[in-house]
Write a protein that binds this ligand. Structure first.
Ligand code: PMV
Length: 359
């Protein structure tokens, strides 16, 4: 048997009200609150192993050695991407003792001396157009803290039981990538300043689709987009409009008012993309097919049980509908002639401690 391994899995999330614009980029503090739906199957799996030698954290471009990760895809990380994630693992390791002790959990002193290996993989293929930063930073944060717990089983029990522990790790994950803080819990998560909170839902069962217009790497990184939007004349008043929308969507989720959420989300994603289209050096994530699909979907937004239609910083279109209508919606979306991925709302990140360790 090899050295001990610690696994975690975390899903991606899709924002209904967007995080776009930072107040403090060193701590990823947003200009406005945002509200998202955590997904279920579009996930990252991460493995932390205590290495036999060394003292730093190393990226191993291999599948995590967990049975659930057998058929997944190892991401190809750029030098920058790799450095960013390894820095975050180190940051998580340094924060672990304070977080664990705040929840009455002991830290394992042997976790801090030696080297660590990180392996991670996604349930979605590289270049599938699904952004992996939220799911990967959430998974890596959780695996790192789990790896520092003296009693990983006690940590897992506390994870299930105490939303404050999940919120504490969300604060840490945010330092790696802002939107990652909304992937620790679910399904509806409100992020405001340093804090995240699960929003009570009165909605019916939902299904989620991604209409994959393009799978190519985005031309403008989200870090650059966060800066660029502030040069748009439409930036004026953006934060207060977003706060009003967060409050309205939060209430509509509690009341189960899908029509209201669909209307507000539609306006919100048009606003975010309008910011991109009108900044000092305008850019777009859209492809001709994006516009065609948005045109095709627009008549449904005013219906009684409308789809929630939204876009991330990319050309792909996310559609959330009542599960009762998911088959007809899937058929309709496939009619646009591009691949469609199917998912649904999820509960957030899960530690997957395996006592037996790496082979
Ligand atoms: O977490 P970041 O810095 O990659 O920003 C993500 C921003 C959007 O995905 C465009 C919106 C959001 O709230 O997720």
């Amino acid at each position: 048997m090899g050295s001990l391994s610690f696994f975690a899995k975390a899903p991606s999330n899709i924002a209904l009200i967007k995080y776009m614009g930072k107040k403090d980029s060193s701590r990823n503090l947003p200009e406005n609150s945002s509200l998202s739906m955590t997904l279920d199957r579009l996930c990252t799996y991460a493995e932390i192993t205590r290495a036999a030698t060394g003292s730093d954290v190393q990226w191993i471009a291999e599948l995590p050695r967990h049975e659930a990760a057998k058929n997944l895809t190892v991401p190809q990380l750029s030098d920058n991407g790799r450095a960013k994630v390894l820095r975050h693992v180190q940051r998580s390791r340094e924060a672990a003792t304070d977080i664990l002790t705040a929840f009455g959990l002991a830290a394992d002193s042997s976790a801090f001396a030696g080297g660590w290996e990180l392996r991670s993989a996604n349930t979605f293929p590289q270049g599938s157009g699904i952004a992996s930063s939220a799911s990967s930073f959430a998974a890596v944060t959780l695996a790192s803290i789990l790896a520092c717990a003296k009693d990983p089983s006690a940590f897992c029990a506390m994870w299930e039981r105490d939303p404050a522990l999940r919120a504490a790790l969300a604060r840490l994950a945010r330092l790696g990538s802002g939107s990652a803080c909304r992937s620790l819990d679910g399904p509806f998560v409100l992020w405001s300043g340093e804090d995240v909170e699960v929003v009570k839902s009165g909605l019916p069962s939902l299904a989620h689709f991604v209409v994959l217009v393009s799978a190519t790497e985005k031309k403008v990184s989200s870090s650059n987009a966060h800066l660029a939007v502030k040069t748009s004349p439409l930036w004026n008043g953006r934060a207060s409009r977003a706060e009003e929308r967060v409050a309205a969507v939060r209430a509509a989720i509690a009341q189960g008012d899908l029509a209201k959420i669909a209307r507000i989300s539609w306006n919100e994603s048009w606003e975010m993309h309008s910011l991109f289209h009108t900044c000092a050096e305008p850019f777009t994530y859209w492809e001709p097919k994006t516009v065609e699909i948005l045109q095709g979907l627009s008549p449904y937004i005013a219906e009684k049980s409308p789809p929630i239609v939204t876009l991330d910083a990319g050309p792909n279109i996310h559609v959330i509908v009542e599960s009762a209508y998911q088959d007809e919606w899937e058929k309709r979306l496939r009619g646009f002639g591009v691949p469609v991925l199917r998912d649904g709302p999820g509960r957030g990140a899960q530690p997957l401690f395996q006592q037996k360790g790496a082979p």
